[in-house]
Design a protein around this ligand. Structure first.
Ligand SMILES: Nc1ncnc2c1ncn2[C@@H]1O[C@H](COP(=O)(O)OP(=O)(O)OP(=O)(O)O)[C@@H](O)[C@H]1O
Ligand SMILES: N[C@@H](CCO)C(=O)O
Length: 316
């Protein structure tokens, strides 16, 4: 259940009418998700998603919402936040910041084949290019500074071998981030959390992707590494699937070829992507927040992925 804040039909109807989206005919709480309150709202005009932001602030939200609007305007299939007569896309419902977006068609593909990985690679590259001239900037709030802050907090919960791995990988990533090769990587707005549950498919056709609330400005290669670490890793073994990875890389490079610096640093960014989600899952697991984390994700999965990425670096 991901309804942390109740919204009445009257409240939702008022909002939908102020957005010129028609009269509310149905309102249904959405069960998935652990961060925000989400409802499907049906009106006389169509189907929408109403989100009340439980943790993100009014200062952080414009970056995500305007990025979605920018990408949607460029034909990227992402939810388009609805504006009121004054052009505002960030609203207030029950005292919480809120947004209304169009409902995307399709469903998640939780057992992807190479064809799905290729479609994600293609779409990710299109998103990177379409976002290149987005005029707002916000860092990836789950990037290196957050890893440096959070590792000492989770270390006491680990056994000796895990703690040694976490410390040494963090040192490696600090070293990489200070290198001139890393500075040469192209960057821009990235999704940073484009896992299987955030992409919709109709058969083999990618129909859209959502959940931009970990987006930020970072290297495009990091975004690709996050996708490779989810779409091209077998569950629950954590083993790399070469066929899906080659398909994703090919799909991406057909739209935006990787530079020499990106090819060189792909193994290091695959490790960075695994480290990022190992840390966040450890943090969520050992330091649960009130009224959230109904079912924390397994941190050991990304420990396995990281060990695999170190033992068998992916070479291009
Ligand atoms: N624009 C959309 N179109 C269709 N379905 C959506 C849309 N936005 C959200 N959903 C549905 O709502 C569910 C929850 O949304 P989401 O994943 O964004 O939750 P969250 O709590 O905000 O984030 P998290 O996944 O990080 O816990 C999704 O799994 C999806 O089924
Ligand atoms: N994709 C994240 C959850 C937050 O969206 C994870 O699997 O740890």
């Amino acid at each position: 259940m991901a309804v942390f804040t109740e919204v009445s039909e009257a409240q939702a109807d008022d909002l939908m009418q102020s957005l010129n989206l028609g009269k509310l005919t149905a309102l249904r709480g959405i069960e998935g998700g652990i961060e925000n309150t989400n409802y499907f709202a049906t009106t006389s005009q169509g189907e929408y998603v109403l989100t009340l932001f439980e943790r993100l602030t009014k200062e952080q939200l414009p970056f995500y919402l305007f990025l979605m609007k920018h990408l949607a305007g460029r034909g990227i299939p992402v939810p388009d936040p609805a504006a009121n007569r004054d052009g505002d896309i960030l609203h207030t419902v029950s005292g919480k910041p809120a947004a209304v977006v169009n409902k995307l068609a399709g469903k998640s593909q939780l057992q992807p084949q190479a064809v799905h990985a290729a479609a994600v690679g293609d779409m990710l590259a299109r998103m990177h290019l379409a976002g290149a001239d987005f005029n707002r900037s916000q860092p990836n709030l789950r990037g290196l500074p957050w890893w440096n802050e959070t590792v000492p907090v989770v270390l006491p919960h680990l056994d000796e071998a895990q703690a040694a791995l976490l410390r040494s990988e963090l040192a490696f990533q600090n070293h990489i981030a200070a290198s001139s090769a890393y500075s040469a990587l192209p960057r821009g707005p990235v999704h940073a959390d484009l896992f299987r549950d955030n992409v919709m498919f109709d058969g083999e056709q990618l129909t859209g992707f959502f959940d931009f609330y970990f987006a930020g400005v970072d290297t495009w290669l990091f975004d690709l590494a996050v996708c490779l670490n989810d779409w091209c890793i077998d569950l629950p073994s954590g083993l790399h699937d070469s066929e899906r990875a080659q398909a994703m890389l090919k799909g991406y490079a057909a739209v935006r070829p990787l530079s020499a610096a990106e090819r060189d640093l792909l193994p290091a960014m695959l490790r960075a992507g695994a480290l990022r989600f190992w840390i966040s899952r450890l943090w969520d697991y050992h330091l649960p927040r009130e009224a959230s984390m109904l079912k924390p994700h397994d941190p050991t999965h990304f420990e396995r992925v990281l060990r695999g990425r170190i033992a068998q670096p992916l070479s291009l």
